[in-house]
Design a protein around this ligand. Structure first.
Ligand code: SF4
Ligand code: SF4
Ligand code: FES
Length: 533
């Protein structure tokens, strides 16, 4: 159970509120609907206080020299206001903190910061893809000056957009140097391939990987860039954002099931954006999920049902195709019974579709033969083991931290489930242990607390060696797992030294891993494609 957070009382524009101790002031004020404008601050990134947009007045209850609280003649606490405005995005709240956002001094600071940012900004909103959903545009309308004291010819000008990589373009004139893109790549994606180069007005974002901007998560930088400096090759000049009809959807490129929004126009998908779901993808997508929508328009895509007749396919209407399927199901049920029918669903279908499919097979057909596995033998015990050490419908990867241990065997998560890789990376930063066993170097090995480089094909031996060592610990209840007596007997008959030798690992190393597994309060085991092949 999560620890109860310590609460503190703070005062925002005269209103007293209770908020968790230590949250940043910029988040705390939202409790009373006071939205402090930000550019560099992002709730998923470490604060840096670079843009100075969030300046507010901050004060704390004063103390006398003897440490007693300062009070006025009427016994009220005396607030000692900081002489200068402070950044709300880097100020953690503490007991008694006071903040003022609604006065001319703060308004003047916000106006000044915006005017300063616009001194080197091209203001080419009519041809900027960010126009219509641009924080710089919105905050300028809300808090900025009503006219500029600078002509375009006074502004520092760069050559118009340059490719940062195959997928992302950079318009250097529009960059406001917030470093969100740099921090995303370092802190979230684990691909630190962007940096600032040069200084002052000549400062610019550069990529120093080869190939350029080499990251599976590069598209996310265009979402969090607060201006139109970063845009995607895929969506540039395809539509104005207010023309899009946004439809909630689920990515089906892998089994993570990231929540998405399809931006459509004239019945065509123009872009795929993340839809925030803290349990699944937070607010991220991998580039496969974001840019891999062109198959929708592929010339060889099936667009109508086909019915096989005399070993050839003929196009049919949905009505006819569904009638054929229904008739075949009814005939089979009548001749052989409902149990003769089974349903296999793909791991890329959405939960809602899988739910409906399961109900159809169970309640309409009357069969309990439903599965999703093509690679696992039946009666492997996986159904029973999944809720114990796997990811199921109640799993929340965001809660993994200290006390959690994640073991991956033969998996290359960045390839197989890219956004799960991001979640595990974050879990490690939150204190979880990540044990990676793979037969070749993968990116998660760099994040792992322990990594084993296996001999190719030796994953089953490692799994058996670990299971033997864990069972020897005597703390594991296998009684609920189907086939457990046979598995336990088979494992006991094997020699620990032989298993260790066949997995290419020292027996002491395997024992150390088993000890970590036994000590973990939360255990997740992920078996990847290479171990299943
Ligand atoms: S490119 Fe965008 S996200 Fe990156 S520093 Fe510039 S404004 Fe910020
Ligand atoms: S990780 Fe990537 S491919 Fe998988 S569901 Fe999410 S966006 Fe789609
Ligand atoms: S948002 Fe606080 S300094 Fe940028």
């Amino acid at each position: 159970m999560a620890n109860e957070q310590e609460m503190v009382t703070i005062n925002v524009d005269g209103q007293e509120i209770k908020v968790p101790k230590g949250v940043m002031l910029v988040e705390a004020t939202k409790v009373v609907n006071v939205e402090i404008p930000v550019f560099c601050y992002h709730p998923k990134l470490d604060p840096v206080g670079m843009c100075r947009m969030c300046l507010v007045e901050i004060g704390n209850p004063g103390k006398n020299k003897d440490g007693t609280p300062m009070v006025d003649e009427e016994g009220r606490a005396v607030i000692q206001w900081m002489p200068k405005l402070m950044t709300a995005c880097t100020t953690p709240v503490s007991e008694g903190l006071h903040c003022r956002t609604a006065n001319e001094r703060v308004a003047d600071a916000w106006r000044g910061t915006l005017e300063f940012l616009l001194t080197s900004h091209p203001l080419d909103c009519p041809v900027c893809d960010k126009g219509g959903e641009c924080p710089l545009q919105d905050l300028t309308f809300a808090f900025g000056p009503d006219m500029s004291r600078f002509y375009k010819r006074n502004k520092y000008q760069f050559e118009k957009p340059i490719p940062l990589g195959d997928l992302i373009w950079l318009d250097r004139e529009r960059c406001i140097y917030c470093a969100r893109c740099v921090r995303f790549q370092e802190q979230i994606a684990g691909d630190p391939v962007l940096k600032f180069a040069d200084r002052n007005r000549g400062q610019e974002i550069v990529t120093y990987s080869d190939p350029p901007f080499d990251s599976y998560f590069s598209g996310n930088t265009t979402d969090i860039c607060p201006v139109g400096a970063l845009t995607t090759e895929d969506f540039r000049f395809k539509a104005r954002v207010w023309e899009l009809k946004n439809v909630p959807s689920i990515c089906n490129h892998c089994s993570v099931g990231c929540n998405t929004v399809l931006g459509t126009r004239t019945d065509d998908v123009k872009r795929v954006m993340p839809r925030q779901n803290e349990w699944v993808n937070e607010m991220w997508l991998c580039d496969k999920g974001r840019f891999g929508h062109h198959f929708l328009r592929a010339g060889d895509r099936l667009t109508t049902p086909l019915i096989r007749e005399n070993n050839t396919f003929r196009p049919a209407s949905w009505e006819e195709a569904l009638r054929v399927v229904a008739d075949r199901l009814a005939e089979t049920m009548a001749s052989y019974g409902s149990a003769s029918i089974g349903g296999i669903a793909g791991d890329r279908a959405a939960n809602e579709d899988l739910y409906l499919f399961a109900r159809f097979i169970r309640e309409v057909v009357g069969s309990n033969n439903i599965d999703f596995r093509l690679q696992w033998p039946t009666n492997s015990g996986i159904e029973e083991a999944l809720p114990m050490v796997g990811l199921t419908s109640g799993s929340n990867l965001g809660e993994l931290g200290k006390n959690a241990l994640i073991l991956t065997i033969g998996a290359n998560l960045e390839e197989e489930q890219p956004v799960t890789y991001l979640r595990l990376r974050k879990a490690v930063l939150q204190g979880a242990q990540l044990l990676v066993a793979q037969s070749r170097e993968t990116k998660e090995m760099k994040d792992a607390t322990q990594a084993l480089l296996l001999q190719p094909g030796s994953e089953p031996y490692l799994a058996a060696a670990l299971l033997k060592a864990v069972l020897a610990g005597g703390q594991t209840d296998m009684s609920k797992i189907g086939g457990a007596p046979e598995v336990t007997a088979a494992i006991e008959a094997l020699s620990a030294d032989d298993l260790a030798a066949q997995s290419g690992q020292e027996a002491t190393r395997i024992q150390a891993l088993a000890t970590s597994i036994l000590a973990a309060e939360q255990l997740i085991i992920m078996v990847g494609r290479e171990a299943l092949a």
